[in-house]
Design a protein around this ligand. Structure first.
Ligand code: SF4
Length: 350
């Protein structure tokens, strides 16, 4: 047996959890239900739910025959109801395709709804003592730290490496205990915040502990690039030099602020301006586009400058107003609009 497994099992014998309800009478059905309940929920919360669930649905056939509402009512409070729905669907499949017996090959059990590779391995290791690695969130954290992997564990290459290491470390003997032990280590000592390395059986070999990186491993998921949106702003000045502004509705982006009229996507700016703003554009030109970044998206702004020979009918609409440039400094303006009006004031539009 490898060093890691050996140390872990010695620790497990002394400090691990041995009296969990699903550790008594370890049938594939009971272990399966417990594993599904434990996917997003802590052990202490799961125990009373597990006991109630087993009292009502003691076997696969009872679960398969139950009404969905009945299953949900025994799940109520655990959250993530897709788990209950999948459990129920899987029970029906087991009755229809496996004669009511939970399958015990990794291929067949993995094919059931809601059972991924790690859950399948955990069920078969614990209920049947079959040798399969597991890699749930806790184990990813433990192994990332133990091996000093600094990349995000959900990243494809890192995940493959973690599966390989998890496989190497899984012993041939006592695999049920080992599986429980590595889950316990992640849940009780190698916790996300404030891990208790001083009590950890593998501290001497742990790369993160040796290099002081316990608090930065595992790496968090890299932020995805922000989405981008495009906006065309009309900078229309009348013959008196006034600029046309529009007050945004109170909610949404720039709620209640004054901005330049924005041409809806797929509209021709001149036609839209004529139809909606009642202005006839002269000498239009596109100014250099620029980007404004919000917390959740980038806005690519294309400003179009134009002079209007008409005042337009928009004065009748409370949302639109012509303003002298000097007055605009008293208005609530978003930064990019302020910047564009500044350009107008500096006559940078010619
Ligand atoms: S030494 Fe600390 S970081 Fe390393 S496996 Fe143990 S608890 Fe986790």
């Amino acid at each position: 047996m490898n060093n890691f497994a050996e140390k872990l099992l010695i620790w497990f014998d002394r400090h691990g959890r041995h009296d969990l309800p699903w550790q008594q009478e370890r049938t594939p059905y009971r272990v399966w239900v417990s594993e599904i309940m434990l996917q997003q929920t802590q052990v202490a919360t799961v125990i009373p739910y597990f006991n109630r669930f087993m009292a009502r649905f003691p076997d696969v056939r009872t679960l398969a025959a139950a009404a969905e509402d009945d299953v949900f009512s025994h799940w109520s409070g655990l959250g993530y109801y897709a788990r209950a729905r999948n459990l129920h669907r899987a029970a029906k499949i087991i009755v229809e395709q496996h004669d009511g017996v939970v399958p015990t090959t990794i291929e067949q059990i993995s094919a059931l709804p809601g059972i991924g590779p790690s859950t399948a391995g955990a069920i078969l290791a614990q209920a049947c003592n079959q040798r399969h690695p597991i890699l749930d969130g806790n184990v990813k954290r433990v192994l990332s730290r133990y091996y000093g992997f600094t990349t995000w564990p959900g990243e494809k290459h890192t995940e493959t490496q973690l599966w390989n290491r998890a496989d190497e470390l899984t012993p041939d003997k006592r695999v049920a205990d080992y599986t429980q032990a590595i889950m316990d280590l992640g849940a009780t000592l190698c916790t996300r915040r404030n891990p208790r390395c001083g009590d950890c059986p593998v501290e001497n070999d742990c790369a993160a502990a040796a290099t002081g990186q316990v608090h930065v491993i595992p790496a968090t998921k890299p932020k995805r690039g922000l989405p981008t949106k495009d906006a065309t702003f009309m900078m229309v000045q009348n013959s008196s030099g006034q600029v046309l502004l529009v007050k945004r509705p109170p909610t949404g982006i720039w709620g209640g602020l004054w901005t330049l009229p924005e041409v809806p996507p797929n509209e021709n700016p001149a036609q839209w301006s004529h139809r909606v703003l009642g202005v006839a554009l002269n000498e239009s030109r596109t100014l250099p586009p620029f980007r404004h970044t919000f917390s959740h998206f980038h806005l690519n702004i294309k400003p179009i400058y134009s002079i209007s020979t008409q005042r337009g009918h928009v004065m009748d609409d409370g949302a639109y107003s012509w303003y002298n440039l000097a007055e605009t400094s008293k208005l609530g303006l978003p930064t990019p609009v302020k910047r564009l009006l500044q350009q107008l004031d500096n006559k940078e539009t010619s």
